[in-house]
Design a protein around this ligand. Structure first.
Ligand SMILES: O=C(O)CCC(=O)C(=O)O
Ligand SMILES: [Fe+2]
Length: 247
């Protein structure tokens, strides 16, 4: 399996360089180093922690979000709540992490070298909090693809879709993202299991932005230490000639 490609922020913004989408045709993920500077990440972490009263709890406290995540609502039978609370979700993110959602859209636009529009009625970028000492820290996350938010038509045509993760606070040790040499296949409906497949694990530094194909099998690795794993996430999908974003 090829290694991930690493870009600096100036390289991401330089249109004479190969685009992220071009690079992704031949590598499992692109890591943009220092996509956000450490000071800004620290300010966002403080804002997220101070906004704890607005966090949404998922899976009995295994994880939280500032803002809302579609996949957690889908898996917990709370899709109506996701849409009912979408505007409030964005307001909460903006209140406690001002400018973060629009920065994620700007980074996404640089990734696709084009316009990226918020998906109407859906939640924008949210902040994932995986608490130190809880299930994901102990055992790692679920092995999965990120295709839950795509329409059946997008999924069956394998319409382009990207996942973006901006690491605001990595855990003390571990907590990287394992990526498999396995892409979701609309014909076979590849099961969410990487056994026997090649893989690599990418460790995040503060401010790293990771971009990968949403159809690629992946999993958060276990982590140690007393620090929560805090990251901002956004999904992109190609829909009727334009890129839409949601989380
Ligand atoms: O935080 C990460 O590294 C990836 C999280 C993830 O897989 C997801 O939100 O679907
Ligand atoms: Fe994922």
């Amino acid at each position: 399996m090829r290694d991930v490609e690493v870009l600096s922020l100036p390289q991401l913004l330089d249109s004479t360089q190969a685009s992220v989408t071009t690079l992704l045709a031949a590598c499992p993920a692109v890591r943009i180093e220092a996509a956000m500077d450490e000071g800004a990440c620290a300010r966002y972490v403080k804002g997220v922690q101070d906004g704890r009263g607005c966090w949404v709890e998922d899976f009995d406290g295994e994880q939280f979000t500032l803002g809302r995540a579609w996949y957690t609502h889908l898996e917990q039978g709370r899709t109506a709540e996701y849409f009912r609370c979408a505007a409030e979700s964005d307001l909460n993110v903006e209140r406690h992490a001002p400018g973060l959602q629009s920065r994620m859209i700007e980074l996404a636009a640089a990734v696709v070298r084009g316009r990226v529009e918020p998906r109407r009625g859906w939640c924008g970028a949210a902040v994932h909090v995986f608490p130190a000492g809880k299930e994901v820290s102990n055992a790692g996350g679920v092995v999965h693809f990120d295709h839950e938010g795509l329409t059946p038509a997008q999924r069956s045509s394998r319409s382009p879709a990207l996942s973006l993760v901006l690491m605001l606070q990595p855990p003390v040790r571990g907590g990287g993202l394992r990526l498999w040499d396995a892409l979701w296949d609309p014909k076979q409906g590849t099961e969410e299991c990487g056994d026997g497949k090649d893989s690599l694990t990418l460790e995040y530094a503060v401010g790293d932005l990771l971009v990968f194909d949403s159809y690629r099998l992946h999993q958060i690795q276990p982590f140690e230490g007393d620090q929560d794993r805090i990251s901002a996430s956004l999904h992109l999908g190609w829909a009727a000639g334009r890129w839409e974003a949601w989380f």
